[in-house]
Design a protein around this ligand. Structure first.
Ligand code: SF4
Length: 87
């Protein structure tokens, strides 16, 4: 009988927005308005503080693919070089 306990890994996904690339196309908002916000002041996107990222991974993937500037990505915690993010 195997007495080893199963290993439970909790995935935590973080989004990065490279603000040097973000030029305000707002396609990320069209694809995932529950995750992304937009500020008219800087014409740039941000991750909503209330965003439930774990529940919207597929929508974020669509937004990543839709961004014409390749400004959005997932944070690799081991190599986090994000310049943007949640506000
Ligand atoms: S993250 Fe991409 S799609 Fe969203 S506003 Fe910036 S450039 Fe546009």
């Amino acid at each position: 009988m195997n007495k080893e306990k199963p290993v439970v890994q909790k995935a935590v996904h973080k989004i990065k927005i490279d603000l040097t690339r973000c030029h305000g196309h707002a396609r990320c908002l069209e694809e995932a308005p529950q995750v992304f916000g937009y500020t008219d002041k800087s014409n740039q996107a941000y991750v909503l503080a209330t965003a439930n990222v774990e529940a919207n991974i597929e929508a974020v993937d669509v937004a990543i693919a839709a961004c014409p500037e390749c400004a959005i990505g997932w944070v690799d915690d081991q190599h986090d070089d994000s310049q943007g993010g949640a506000k």
